[in-house]
Write a protein that binds this ligand. Structure first.
Ligand code: MG
Length: 159
């Protein structure tokens, strides 16, 4: 097979006093994703999509939140480790698309910076990475800034 796709999803609570790290960059916001690592739900969803496309298990299995080694881990580092496994399996990243659903930080002003940072982390051009924010219309447990949910779809190609 020459191309494969993978789907990733992640959710984190947003809590006061946490750095707001999403998409590999820090946003100016009074709350941030709670997590064992830095809580970057965007990079976690992308990592799971990548691993899923290559048939390489998932982020929670490779980097358990019960393992002290990954406490406060930089998710950019975790993503790079996942990418190295995908490359070692003979794949490269084609393109990816990401939806960030939250009523916490506004995503639109930071889309370009996120795209550039994610592209840098995945060794692809910025136009191979798309990121968009969606509000939750005030509905559900994640609304009103309580959390962030992310979906990512990634295409990989045989090298
Ligand atoms: Mg996560």
């Amino acid at each position: 097979m020459k191309q494969r796709v993978g789907l990733g999803f992640d959710v984190h609570r947003l809590e006061a006093g946490r750095r707001c790290v999403l998409g590999g960059i820090e946003l100016p916001h009074p709350t941030g994703p709670l997590g064992h690592s830095d809580g970057d739900a965007v990079l976690h969803a992308i990592a799971d999509a990548l691993l899923g496309a290559a048939g390489l298990d998932d982020l929670g299995t490779l980097f358990s939140d019960r393992d002290a080694r990954w406490k406060d881990a930089d998710s950019a580092q975790l993503l790079r480790e996942c990418l190295a496994r995908v490359h070692a399996a003979g794949w490269r990243v084609g393109n990816l698309d990401v939806v960030i659903a939250t009523e916490g930080p506004r995503i639109a002003p930071h889309r370009a910076a996120m795209r550039a940072r994610i592209a840098q982390l995945l060794d692809v051009a910025a136009d191979a990475v798309n990121v968009k924010g969606k509000t939750l219309e005030g509905l559900g447990a994640l609304a009103h800034g309580a959390g962030v949910a992310v979906q990512a779809v990634v295409l990989i190609e045989r090298v």
